[in-house]
Design a protein around this ligand. Structure first.
Ligand code: ATR
Length: 296
């Protein structure tokens, strides 16, 4: 029942096609409950040729913001009048803000979410991401979404290795133009092929190889140097990349999937929409339990 004069709940959506699998409503409702702020957050299946019309209808209905997922991240970037550095670099957006003046602001919180999760995982080792160098596998959209955040978090050096070497080199050149020291090449490169500072090494799988049950073949010397291996994909059990990392790295080296990145990218969107900061770790443990329960 709505009390006379009570402020209606803020409204948000996640737009995609398909969208039924999205965990974003559960994550954002968990955040809202934590900070005691009622919200409505719904899944929205947009027609493949109807993203812009969907956004206009949401604006007209007074919705405050949207998360955007496959296949609309490029269109979300293109229709916005204002862009954050991260969306601008990635040329893709996962978060839209619908301003009262009718303007759309696009952000990409995927990279920031990844960096928050990497910092969380490095903390028990008394390491901050800003002390580290990153080896990123893959040079597609997911990889591009992280580069500006690596720069903003003070990552020392980025190596991009990809099946198609030219794409890795192109992404590394764009990272360098941003001010992040970077090199790119094919997957068979050794650490010694590049001049790397003596910083702890974090290996991030930003390729979509796990979707095909495959793992980018990486020279053992990389694994020997890594303090953390991170797959941006997530699953109820260890992904092929995580299995490979565990069998190649010294026992006890940290290995993680991308569920934390999912929750932290949502936390960044929630913070910018509402100005409130929920405890993402509480939400992460609930989302992990729910993912595992669904798999049983
Ligand atoms: P996304 O938006 O998920 O990043 P994408 O832009 O199509 O999707 O990029 C997929 C990335 O995964 C690419 O870097 C791709 O390598 P290529 O540029 O050579 O195509 C990489 N990739 C996909 N399958 C792979 C596999 N089996 N082994 C290694 N890399 C793979």
């Amino acid at each position: 029942m709505t009390t006379l004069g009570a402020t209606p709940p803020a409204r948000f959506v996640v737009i995609g096609n398909p969208i039924a699998h999205s965990m974003s409503p559960a994550i954002h409702h968990d955040f809202a409950q934590q900070v005691g702020m009622p919200i409505q957050y719904m899944r929205l299946l947009a027609p493949l040729d109807g993203f812009e019309g969907t956004v206009r209808a949401l604006q007209a209905a007074g919705v405050q913001g949207a998360n955007v997922t496959v296949p609309f991240k490029l269109q979300a970037f293109e229709l916005a009048q204002q862009l954050t550095d991260s969306a601008s670099f990635a040329q893709a957006a996962n978060t839209l803000h619908f301003k009262p003046d009718g303007l759309v602001m696009a952000d990409n919180t995927d990279g920031g979410g990844l960096c928050r999760d990497l910092d969380r995982l490095l903390k028990p080792m008394n390491i901050g991401l800003s002390m580290c160098q990153v080896l990123m596998l893959g040079a597609g959209g997911a990889a591009a979404g992280c580069v500006a955040a690596f720069h903003a978090h003070g990552v020392q050096h980025l190596t991009v290795l990809n099946r198609t070497a030219a794409k890795a080199r192109a992404l590394a050149e764009r990272a360098e133009a941003l001010g992040l020291p970077a090199v790119g090449g094919s997957l068979d490169h050794l650490p010694s092929d590049f001049e790397l500072p003596g910083a702890p090494l974090v290996v991030v799988n930003a390729s979509s190889s796990s979707l095909h049950g495959e793992v980018p073949a990486l020279h053992a010397h990389w694994w020997a140097r890594a303090v953390l291996a991170y797959d941006m994909m997530y699953a109820p059990s260890a992904t092929p990349f995580m299995q490979s990392a565990s069998s190649n790295m010294a026992q006890g080296t940290a290995v993680a999937d991308g569920l934390g990145m999912l929750v932290f990218q949502a936390q960044l969107a929630f913070e910018s929409w509402t100005g409130r900061s929920p405890d993402a770790l509480q939400t992460l443990s609930r989302v992990r339990a729910s993912l595992q329960a669904k798999a049983r």
